[in-house]
Design a protein around this ligand. Sequence first.
Ligand SMILES: [Zn+2]
Ligand SMILES: [Zn+2]
Length: 109
Amino acid sequence: MPLRDKGIRIKSSRKGKSNRSVSDIVKDLKKANTPLNDYRDRSIAIHGLICAKCGKEFDHKSRHLLTVHHKDGNHNNNPQDGSNWENLCVYCHEDEHSRERLGDYLRGK
Ligand SMILES: [Zn+2]
Ligand SMILES: [Zn+2]
C-alpha cells in the first residue's frame, strides 16, 4: 500500500532532529570562545584609554571609569575592528544615553 510507505518516510525524516541540537552545541562553543565582556578590552586596545568625547585620559587604575559605547545602540553588534565602539567616560556616556537607562551598562551587562 502506498499510504504505508508515506507514513514510514515521514517518521524517518522526523528523526533528523538531531541535526538541530548539533548546531546548538556549535553555537554554545562559539559563545564560549568569545566572552561578551571581551569587547571592552578590545575596544580599549583599539581606541586607547581616552574618552572620545571630552578627551579625558585614563590609566589602568581608572580604566573602569571608561566605558564602551555602541554607536548603533546594539550591544550585540561587536565587529572585531571596533567600528561600532566608542570609548566614553562614565559622565559623557551618561550624557550620551540621557534618554535611556545607563544602569545596565554600568552593571556590566
Ligand atoms: Zn568624557
Ligand atoms: Zn553607550
